[in-house]
Design a binder for this molecule. Structure first.
Ligand SMILES: [Zn+2]
Ligand SMILES: [Zn+2]
Length: 776
């Protein structure tokens, strides 16, 4: 707060107050109005270009109290940023306070809040038989309901949302226009008389003449059918999560191999029966964003049975609570945990348009529980887990988008940051604000790529922004890179993958400094054309030095090795034991297809189709395969996730791993780790204990490498980024170890550590480079 020249006590004063942050579309102006009345202030409140603008006059003490309570009592969905109070404004004896709803100049670019879960007050109305919105699945208010997913254009007003077609009944209009009502300017407000309606359709699109669509859908779900349910950012596919046959059938129809499926439970008590839920996790489950939260499973007996097919071989379940009124009603009627997975086939984007959903989900859904409020923006559920009481986002989408992330420095020109290839999210930058898109999936899929280009155009239109700088990955084969390079009339900013990860972590923490950046992931294109992924960079937003990395090994057969971890296992065993690997008394060696391996390894020796990699992800794959977890994967990081699930949470020792030097770079000799694993296997140590030791060893060698780099560089801050740091068996001991060694540690909070956060790092780097270019 920046007060200026306070007037004398008891005097009448005028004050202009600017409140920045997420203050539009969350009931903030009515709150200001009521507060001003309490303190007998005159004046106005209105939406401005940078936030909410208040002109207040009255007794000085009253204005001061008003200011204090403004911060303390704001609606829960508002996120207050800076509050700037300028005293000494002229006062004209105005006694009344009003809300100015006229569109001011420069308003169009301010986003409202993200989509918000239905609030407790609305839920109480929904359950009250005497209320005119009893059991109405589309009620909302200024503190809850759809926002981002119904916007066609800005500013955020009803006529520019998908509610435009519904004209308010007199009762709704009265509430909408009354500043004392909690639905004052609730843009999507509705009631049974004037709002959206439900419909239950069969698989051919025929509307079924039922009196209670939700009850019928619930009956069908209990009978084992698969129902497509229209949500906020797209359709879900729902089915009974407790019956194996039903869940397998959903997987079969969806062509979804083994990826875990999210489960929606009716309330927190059910979540607690299935999983261990800490207070922080309960808060996250119940937050207005309502992400899917990864929770540790309770072990039977005692825990009610969910079908094993929900999340095969994983120790965690992805649970979420209902967030739309429709979901609440449905869960009440079903009274069972439901699988609630994206309405799509395999890796395609989630279906969200009513005219395409029947075709897109043809042969998958038996019934469609739909309604006539269009979805304007496709947006998946977010996914998070908790780390030491704080949320760690793994997928950032509904509930978080379009919250802007602030850079420490201003971009001189508008920027588009294209992100990576997998788990893509792009970003647009205006000034200091980064608008990171929702998760848009893997661009290898043609539909996902088209949805991605469409989403870029949509966000540029909403923000009225034309990028001058375009940041992209170095990988020449990424579709996002090809797209960026094809754009004309812009300046291109190529950014190395792991440098972007570290910059993302810096921007996420609001720091602009040189750090030891540890970027561990599956794949990233290096400046030498090799596949990087176990990297230690001395980095800031200007550039980086690759100070240490994992020892390189060949990826026999190239990309194919990603899908077949057994190849990496063989490559690591070869690196550790040479030809003697064939004599090791290991189950892995006994089942190895020697002929296939001979072909691959001969080709690798001649440098054919065997790129060198320092990837951490490939090391996880290799160890998972050696331990017999799996030789092939169905989706990215599957082997690593299973290895994490298997690992003994209290490892008793670490493997000795040498740090070498090569061309001025420290080399983490990862084959030593593989030797440790093999020796334990030969000694009959069980796989869970070995997996525990493996994770502990990686954390240990990370800390030792950072110590060495600190001696060399004097840097004592470490930023951790890359998909490996989603793994708590690595992240926890790493944070602890670095802390004990006296390092300051930075991890992700606002964006995922995986490639979903890349665009933020690209954006921060491009903003810095643009600054230098303009002579700054
Ligand atoms: Zn509400
Ligand atoms: Zn109405």
């Amino acid at each position: 707060m920046g007060p200026s020249a306070l007037p004398e006590t008891g005097q009448r004063a005028g004050c202009r107050i600017l409140v920045e942050g997420v203050v539009q579309g969350v009931g903030f102006r009515p709150f200001v109005y009521r507060l001003a009345e309490i303190h007998r202030l005159g004046g106005t409140v209105r939406n401005g270009q940078h936030g909410v603008l208040i002109d207040a006059e009255g007794e000085r003490e009253n204005i001061s109290r008003f200011l204090m309570e403004l911060e303390a009592g704001a609606p829960s969905s508002a996120r207050l940023g800076r509050i700037t109070a300028t005293w000494g404004m002229p006062h004209q004896g105005v006694q009344t306070f009003r809300i100015d709803t006229s569109a001011g100049e420069g308003e169009p670019t301010l986003f409202p809040a993200p989509d918000l879960a239905v609030c407790a007050t609305c839920r109480a109305e929904m359950g009250d038989p005497g209320n005119r919105r009893h059991a109405y699945p589309f009620l909302n208010c200024t503190e809850c309901g759809p926002r981002y997913t119904i916007i066609r254009a800005l500013p955020y007003d009803r006529e520019r949302t998908s509610m435009a077609a519904f004209s308010m009944c007199p009762a709704c209009r009265r509430e909408y226009l009354d500043p004392r009502d909690r639905r004052f300017h609730a843009e999507p407000t509705a009631c049974p008389a004037c709002g959206p309606r439900l419909a239950l359709l069969d698989s051919s699109g025929r509307t079924l003449g039922v009196t209670d669509a939700i009850r019928e859908a619930a009956t069908a779900l209990r009978a084992g059918r698969i129902v497509a349910v229209k949500g906020l950012g797209g359709y879900h596919l729902a089915c009974d999560a407790t019956v194996s046959g039903v869940v397998s059938e959903l997987r079969r129809r969806k062509a979804r191999d083994a990826k875990p499926l999210a489960v929606m439970v009716g309330n927190l008590e059910t979540a607690r029966r299935l999983c261990v839920v800490s207070e922080a996790e309960a808060d996250l489950l119940q937050s207005a964003a309502r992400p899917i939260v990864l929770l540790e499973r309770r072990r039977p007996p005692g825990a009610p049975a969910l079908a094993a097919e929900v999340a095969p071989r994983l120790g965690h379940l992805g649970l979420m609570l209902p967030y739309t009124p429709l979901q609440h009603l449905l869960l009440e009627h079903v009274d069972h945990p439901l699988v609630m997975t994206s309405g799509n086939r395999s890796d395609e984007p989630i279906a969200f348009q009513d005219d395409e959903v029947l075709a897109r989900l043809d042969g998958i859904a038996d019934l469609f529980l739909a309604h006539d409020r269009p979805i304007e923006v496709r947006c998946d559920d977010s996914v998070a887990r908790c780390l030491d009481g704080a949320p760690l986002l793994l997928r950032r989408a509904r509930g978080y988008v379009p919250l802007a992330i602030s850079l420490t420095h201003e971009a001189a020109e508008p920027i588009l940051a294209c992100g990576g290839e997998l788990k893509n999210a792009f970003a647009l930058v205006r000034g200091r604000e980064v608008f990171l898109s929702q998760h848009l999936g893997d661009l290898e899929d043609e539909r996902a790529y088209r949805a991605w280009t469409g989403a870029i155009a949509h966000l540029q239109r909403l923000l009225e922004l034309t990028p001058r700088l375009v940041a992209h990955d170095l990988h020449p084969g990424y579709r996002s890179t090809v797209y960026a390079r094809d754009l004309e009339g812009v300046r291109h900013v190529p950014v190395q993958h792991h440098h972007a990860h570290i910059a993302s972590c810096l921007a996420d923490n609001g720091i602009d400094a040189r750090v030891i950046g540890v970027a561990w992931d599956g794949t990233g294109y290096g400046t030498d054309g090799h596949v990087w992924g176990g990297e230690f960079l001395l980095a800031d937003l200007e550039g980086f030095e690759r100070a240490a990395s994992f020892q390189e090994v060949a990826m026999p057969g190239g990309e194919g090795a990603i899908r077949e971890p057994w190849r990496m296992a063989a490559a690591f065993l070869q690196a550790a034991y040479g030809e003697a690997m064939g004599d090791l008394d290991l189950a892995f060696v006994r089942r190895l297809d020697r002929a296939a391996w001979r072909v691959l390894s001969r080709a690798a020796e001649r440098g054919l189709n065997a790129p060198l990699t320092s990837s951490a992800g490939r090391l996880f794959d290799a160890v998972a395969s050696i331990l017999g977890l799996r030789d092939r994967v169905d989706f990215e990081a599957q082997a690593a996730m299973e290895l994490e699930a298997l690992a003994d949470p209290e490892p008793d020792r670490v493997y000795a791993v040498e740090l070498g030097e090569k061309e001025g770079r420290t080399i983490v000799q990862t084959p030593d780790l593989v030797r440790g694993v093999v020796e334990d296997l030969l000694a009959g140590v069980d796989a869970a204990r070995i997996a525990g030791r493996f994770h502990a060893s990686l954390a240990d060698v990370l800390v030792r490498t950072c110590r060495r780099l600190r001696e060399r560089s004097g840097l004592d801050r470490v930023a951790l980024s890359g998909g490996v740091f989603q793994n708590l068996r690595i992240l926890r001991p790493t944070i602890d170890g670095l802390g004990r060694a006296g390092f300051e540690v930075y991890t992700h909070h606002q964006v995922p550590p995986n490639d979903g956060g890349l665009a933020l790092g690209q954006a921060a780097i491009a903003a810095r480079r643009g600054e230098n270019r303009s002579g700054g």
